[in-house]
Design a protein around this ligand. Structure first.
Ligand code: PRT
Ligand code: MG
Length: 213
């Protein structure tokens, strides 16, 4: 069997992927949540986990440094490459990507009347596309996290961010005003790997598919 690298990220994705891997009979040789190792062997001799930042997963997979990877739909939409093979919705790490603004502003605001908005986000491409499709000009302020802070300190009134329970928005006096996309984690693969290592990859994919359903 050829060696297979599966790229995934350390936070929420890993927490929700580990039980899925367990159901698929795949056990890491050490706990990826606590280990400092970036490459972790599994009970499957050919399969290794590569633990990286969420936004780097598509890059590793596109360039074949990982044969496959697990990334949120948000990350895949922002990466914007059709170079990846989208294998399967793992239906975990679910949330939604939304436009939010301060509740007091939202009370008298109508997104249908916007012509130009200033938006703080980790997702400049998705945000640009979303507003451009509606003919709205966008001034984007690119952030790497804590978007919910931006309206509180006057960086921008609007943000585009992930929402799951809604508690973070609420705690910061923000409300959702538009839904952009539903998000969950997907299994993606390198196109060349899918051809060259087809049998080995298919085995892992089938086991994951059974674990998902
Ligand atoms: O480096 P970085 O921290 O960006 O990522 P990471 O390497 O730690 O990645 P990891 O494994 O944490 O995965 C991030 C991915 O998890 C995202 O790309 C999403 O696909 C998915 N995900 C699902 C979420 C959430 N739900 C989520 N709620 N990622 C982030 N959040 C944050 C959100 O940004 C907001 O700040 O949680 C807060 C909102 O949560 P609620 O419950 O208060 O609404
Ligand atoms: Mg994180």
């Amino acid at each position: 069997m050829p060696a297979l690298n599966l790229a995934l990220s350390k936070g929420r994705i890993l927490e929700e992927v580990l039980p899925l891997l367990a159901r698929a009979g795949i056990t890491p040789a050490e706990d990826p949540l606590t280990s400092r190792k970036l490459v972790i062997a599994t009970n499957e001799p050919e399969l290794k986990l590569v633990v990286i930042r969420a936004a780097d997963v598509p890059t590793y997979v596109e360039f074949g440094a990982a044969d496959f990877g697990i990334a949120g739909r948000d990350v895949l939409l922002e990466y914007d490459g059709d170079s990846l093979y989208e294998l399967m919705d793992l239906k975990i790490a679910r949330c939604r990507l939304s436009v939010a603004e301060p509740a007091n502003l939202a009370a008298a605001d109508d997104p249908r009347r916007w012509t130009r908005v200033r938006v703080a986000t980790k997702y400049p491409k998705i945000t640009q596309r979303h507003f451009a499709a509606k003919g709205i000009q966008t001034d984007i302020i690119k952030l790497y996290g804590s978007m919910e802070l931006a309206p509180l300190v006057g960086l921008s009134d609007r943000i585009v961010d992930l929402v799951s329970s809604g508690n973070t928005l609420k705690a910061n006096g923000l409300v959702e005003v538009e839904h952009i996309a539903d998000v969950s984690a997907w299994l993606v693969a390198n196109r060349a790997s899918m051809k060259m290592k087809h049998a080995a990859m298919k085995r892992v994919v089938e086991r994951l598919a059974r674990a998902v359903s």
